[in-house]
Design a protein around this ligand. Structure first.
Ligand code: SAM
Length: 234
């Protein structure tokens, strides 16, 4: 599992500089709107502590900090180059006192039990080499009553026509456009493949429940291309 994490961190290190630009292009700027749906779920209460797992270049962490002015956010990731970009963005936005970034693996979080009010993961869950261990660690670090919000791509959009278009787009256009801009076709072949190799949403919902989360819900968005999941620690 450690070897897989090293492969992941090396891959994301290599594409970090072009990651945001390619995300916006390939998603037709929808990535911002999808993350915003999570940020808008957060309260404006003081001293809210949030853990953003697989924070990457920090877009969700920064969006949440800007949306909820009293939150304290820790973004963790295993790619130093992604984290460096995240840190620069937080400094530019002058929110680096409330948002900190750390290099940590989700399977071994350096936080006490019951630390966070919320945990978020945007487009990172399918990349975890050990999803069960990751979800158990997140559960441990959430406070009782704490909530987990996840956005992830779905392997099967709801509509047959969209499914065919999405399949062609993932198999041909994402490797082509992503590969051309990042000069790393392998990474942009892996990324859509990882959507296809990820578990079906029904299995993911069961997994969240088996880890211990209650009030587990999911909601499909954008023709079922993206799914929002949430659960509460008992
Ligand atoms: N959350 C960001 C976003 O919304 O764009 C980044 C998503 S990116 C597709 C996936 C991220 O997961 C990468 O930055 C990668 O380094 C990170 N990652 C993969 N495995 C991880 C692990 N075991 N622990 C922490 N981060 C991990």
């Amino acid at each position: 599992m450690e070897k897989e994490a090293n492969i992941q961190s090396e891959m994301f290190d290599n594409i970090a500089n072009s990651y945001d630009k390619i995300n916006h292009i390939l998603s037709f700027n929808m990535d911002e709107k999808w993350r915003k749906k999570i940020a808008e779920r957060l309260p404006q209460t003081r001293h809210t502590k949030i853990l953003d797992v697989a924070t990457g270049t920090g877009d969700l962490a920064i969006m949440m900090a800007k949306h909820s002015k009293h939150t304290h956010i820790v973004g963790i990731d295993i790619s130093n180059n992604m984290l460096e970009i995240a840190q620069k963005k937080a400094e530019k936005e002058k929110i680096d006192e409330r948002v900190i970034f750390k290099n940590n693996n989700v399977t071994n979080l350096p936080f006490d039990d019951n630390t966070f009010d919320y945990c978020t993961i945007s487009f990172g869950a399918r990349n975890f080499a050990d999803l069960d261990k990751a979800l158990n660690e997140i559960y441990r670090c959430l406070k009782p009553g704490g909530r987990l919000f996840i956005i992830e791509f779905s392997k099967k959009p709801s509509n047959k026509i969209i499914e065919i278009l999405y399949d062609t787009y993932s198999k041909i256009w994402i490797p082509f456009i992503g590969g051309m801009i990042s000069k790393n076709k392998k990474a942009y072949t892996y990324l859509p493949n990882s959507i296809n190799n990820f578990i079906h949403w029904t299995v993911f919902v069961k997994k969240l429940k088996s880890v211990g989360f209650s009030s587990v819900h999911h909601k499909k968005s954008t023709f079922g291309i993206v799914i929002f999941y949430e659960g509460t620690k008992i």
